[in-house]
Design a protein around this ligand. Structure first.
Ligand SMILES: *Cc1c(COP(=O)(O)O)cnc(C)c1O
Length: 389
């Protein structure tokens, strides 16, 4: 029997019908009034979502494009930046920085652990030439959330730019740019925002915009000063990804119609409590023991269980698509995402998909794992406002 296909992957995520229908609208021209109205509404929502009075720039690229744009517009060849070595996406910052001729200093942590604000402070104290810290809010390859609220206090104290990859956290857990003192915050459309891949979003603090004045962007396409000028006129510098922006406007309308950002963060926090409780009730261990992300739960595989095999069996048997790990931990971890258009029913399906695809029941497996998960969902405490857990 054929089941629904359920995407429980950390991007792409499910697209709500309303967003799909909105994107099916006939094409409109990106320099004409109809599009400008859509952009104007989208800009207001985006500022709310990013917690900023600054503009949020839409870029026609996947999330990595916004990461590249941040680096090429904020730093000049030879400048020094601090990156983290704690997962796949931390490594991506390093690769982008090196490709732009920046000098890279690294802080290394074992996969599964969070970078602490004190680690950053120590590094900045030791090397006064560091101009920026490039970090993930959630390291999607390990399911860890770094304590950005505390890290931002350190980068402000040392007058260093904090560039935060929020691709798996914007719209999932709080990181208000102005209030926390983040200098660059970016995301992609296909994770928390319920839109297909291909649109990225990027906001800079006033301090970051000042820094761009000293930088000649090394990349013709991502010229953020030109993008800013255009966005103020409800335009983009080049042809706009019109359908994706229409989809985004619909998704943001849904978010703000359904409640507040508080409600959104509470939902994802509760889903993380639920998923962790369900996993533990199966005798499995979350890979990120503390400092975990709210948009996905990483699960360490017990000895003798291969993550890739489990994931393909789950898809075949149940229609639930979950992710294995990323290299070099590909077969040692599975990742169940609960970001975007997803609710407790999807997570029950996800937990069932895992339980029924395990080659044997781990020690401590409780048949009541589903009701244990539901209790954790119902009794989830209020989410921590600093997102530090
Ligand atoms: C998914 C993801 C990326 C990569 O985004 P693309 O849209 O594939 O370029 C980068 N960073 C994090 C934290 C992610 O979760």
């Amino acid at each position: 029997m054929q089941n629904h296909l359920r995407l429980l992957t950390p991007g792409p995520t499910a697209i709500p019908d309303r967003v799909r229908l909105a994107m099916a609208m006939p094409m409109i021209h990106h320099r004409k009034p109809e599009f400008k109205t859509i952009m104007e509404e989208t800009r207001v929502y985006l500022k709310k979502l990013f917690g900023t009075k600054q503009e949020v720039l839409p870029l026609a690229s996947s999330g990595t494009g916004a990461m590249t744009a941040a680096v090429t517009n904020l730093f000049t060849r030879g400048e020094k930046v601090l990156v983290t070595q704690a997962g796949k996406f931390g490594e991506r910052w390093k690769q982008i920085a090196l490709s732009q001729g920046l000098e890279v200093i690294e802080i290394a942590k074992t996969w599964g652990q969070a970078i602490q604000a004190s680690d950053i402070e120590e590094a900045l104290q030791q090397d006064k030439a560091i101009k920026g810290v490039l970090i993930q809010i959630c390291e999607t390859s390990t399911g860890v959330m770094h304590p950005i609220h505390e890290i931002a206090k350190v980068t402000q104290k040392y007058h260093v730019l904090l560039v935060a990859d929020g691709i798996s956290s914007v719209g999932i857990s709080p990181a208000p740019l102005d209030e926390w003192g983040i200098d660059a915050l970016l995301t992609g459309s296909q994770k928390g925002l319920m839109v297909p891949a291909g649109l990225s979003l990027l906001a800079f603090s006033e301090k970051a915009w000042k820094k761009t004045e000293q930088v000649e962007p090394s990349c013709f396409y991502f010229n953020l000063k030109a993008e800013l000028k255009n966005v103020l006129k409800n335009q983009t510098n080049f042809s706009s990804p019109v359908s994706l922006i229409i989809g985004l406007r619909e998704a943001l309308t849904m978010i703000f119609e359904n409640g507040t950002l508080d409600d959104l963060y509470q939902k994802h926090f509760a889903l993380s409590q639920m998923t962790r409780a369900g996993i533990k009730a199966m005798g499995l261990e979350p890979f990120a023991r503390n400092h975990y992300a709210w948009g996905l739960t990483s699960v360490a595989m017990p000895k003798g269980v291969n993550a890739s095999d489990l994931v393909s069996l789950a898809a075949k048997k149940t229609g639930v698509v979950i992710a294995a790990g990323q290299e070099p931990m590909k077969d040692e971890m599975i990742r169940l995402a609960h970001m975007g258009h997803i609710d407790f029913g999807d997570m029950l399906a996800g937990l069932y998909a895992v339980a029924s695809s395990l080659p044997h029941k781990p020690q401590g497996f409780k048949d009541s794992y589903m009701s244990i998960a539901m209790q954790a969902y119902e009794n989830a405490p209020a989410y921590p406002k600093t997102a530090i857990i």
